[in-house]
Design a protein around this ligand. Structure first.
Ligand code: SUG
Length: 447
């Protein structure tokens, strides 16, 4: 049977803005309060999706969430009509209003952890939405994420959906941003590599000092249990606390993998050699495992954070060759672009590099890999996916028109207090659920 990897990219929501909400994420803090362009952001994302579709990849769209989240404002004691709730929050708690307006669900690498059917105990594809507890604005996402995933992957014969882990920092879970699957082929059982920032129940273990470690070992173990993975096919690696303290807030800012390739920075992990030996052993020798380590002397950690060299997508093209999908920031850096030009000449499966402009997202710390959720599927499982969410020429043009109709060109901090923004966002999402055939996944559609 034919197996492949599908990428589901987050469609940027109508409230995309720069609010400086993510301590530990350098770009988010340094662009705080700049004005944003939701329309441009959504179009940059759509262009990347279309480009991957045109490369012959299976590409899907993951819908954004309803923002501002007035339900959360009500839970926090703001009362009255929706417009009054927003006005009161703007006056009394502007930082809270900024948080409930974030379009952060666009970074779908953080939406969930997915284990393909070849790895799980019951032969189904398993989904666990990430609780994203470490950041208030992101902790508002998992319930709706779960609903949207269920509306996309409906068939219980193929897809198993779990509830997100308990909402507490002990089980802080950032989803697939810290999860990589290595395999000889998509349909063969793989090794699932879970990367965590700290131990929740053992404070004697190393942990970052300056910035938060958002994801715990205990969260990784819980997801592996839920998905019915065999211990012989799972590896847990700790992120180097020093790189978290330099701004590597997710592992996908310093490492990325695909099939038999793991591409990572020399400083990414703790106990690197032992752990990579475990990975080699569990991977087996059906095919060569390429562990491509980038040295400090080639690209420093700070250059990697600035350019997002590792927040690239390593994809397998229909030809069987691999390509790196990189942000234009990599092309603009001499160190990184020359590294990549040399890499594609070496004896690894990576033969091509393609650059795309996702600057609107990059300014909040979200590169090409943050914008996508990977789901390895068989042909039969793909047939069971809601077909309306799969990218093609017609959907690309419909979604571009939809963006033109509903999105503002510019948003600044003051605009977040405009009650009109909620109405605009709701009418956009209402229409989107019809385009994508999602049903009533949003709270406002259920009231
Ligand atoms: O969670 N930024 C996101 C970026 C997520 C990137 N994802 C991956 N690396 N997979 C975050 O830090 C910033 C929002 C703001 O500041 O307005 C933000 O949420």
């Amino acid at each position: 049977m034919n197996f492949f990897e599908a990428n589901f990219d987050g469609l940027v929501g109508p409230t995309h803005n720069y609010a400086g909400l993510s301590v530990g994420n350098v770009a988010s803090l340094s662009n705080a309060k700049n004005s944003s362009s939701p329309r441009q952001a959504a179009k940059q994302g759509l262009s990347k999706m279309k480009a991957l579709h045109d490369l012959g990849m299976v590409q899907g769209v993951l819908a954004p969430q309803e923002r501002p989240d007035v339900y959360t404002l009500r839970r926090l004691g703001f009362t009255g009509t929706d417009a009054q709730v927003i006005a009161k929050a703007a006056k009394q708690a502007p930082a809270v209003l900024r948080a409930v307006c974030s379009a952060s669900s666009m970074w779908t690498a953080n939406a969930a952890t997915i284990s393909p059917s070849a790895d799980t105990h019951d032969g189904k594809v398993h989904f666990t939405p990430a609780n994203l507890t470490n950041k208030f604005h992101r902790s508002l996402e998992p319930v709706t994420t779960g609903r949207i995933l269920q509306a996309m992957f409906r068939d219980p014969a193929h897809f198993a959906h779990h509830t997100h882990l308990p909402d507490n920092d002990h089980f802080g879970d950032e989803g697939a941003a810290n999860h990589t699957r290595l395999c000889s082929a998509y349909g063969k059982r793989g090794v699932e590599l879970f990367v965590f920032g700290r131990y929740a129940f053992d404070s004697s273990q190393p942990a970052p000092k300056r910035f938060p470690a958002r994801h715990t070992l205990e969260a990784c173990e819980a997801v592996a249990r839920l998905h019915g993975l065999s211990g012989e096919h799972v590896v847990y690696m700790q992120q180097n606390p020093d790189v978290i303290d330099q701004g590597v807030f997710h592992n996908d800012v310093i490492a990325v993998g695909n099939q038999n390739v793991l591409f990572y920075h020399q400083q990414a992990f703790v106990d690197t050699q032992n752990k990579l030996n475990e990975l080699r052993r569990k991977f087996g020798n059906e095919t060569d495992l390429h562990l491509i380590e980038v040295k400090d002397s080639d690209v420093s950690v700070s250059e990697a954070i600035k350019t997002y060299l590792f927040n690239t997508q390593v994809i397998t093209l229909p030809s069987g060759e691999m390509a790196i999908i990189a942000p234009t920031e990599c092309q603009e850096s001499h160190a990184v672009s020359s590294y990549l030009a040399a890499l594609v000449q070496q004896h690894t499966p990576i033969r091509h590099v393609h650059y795309y402009d996702v600057k609107q997202s990059m300014r909040n710390g979200g590169g090409p890999a943050c914008l996508r959720l990977r789901v390895a599927l068989s042909e039969q499982e793909k047939q069971a996916v809601n077909p309306n969410v799969l990218m093609n020429d017609a959907l690309f043009s419909t979604l571009n028109q939809w963006v033109d109709k509903h999105y503002r060109d510019q948003i600044s901090e003051a605009d977040l207090a405009d009650p009109q923004l909620l109405d605009e966002s709701r009418s956009a999402l209402d229409e989107l659920t019809q385009i994508l055939g999602l049903g009533s996944v949003y709270q406002f559609q259920q009231d």
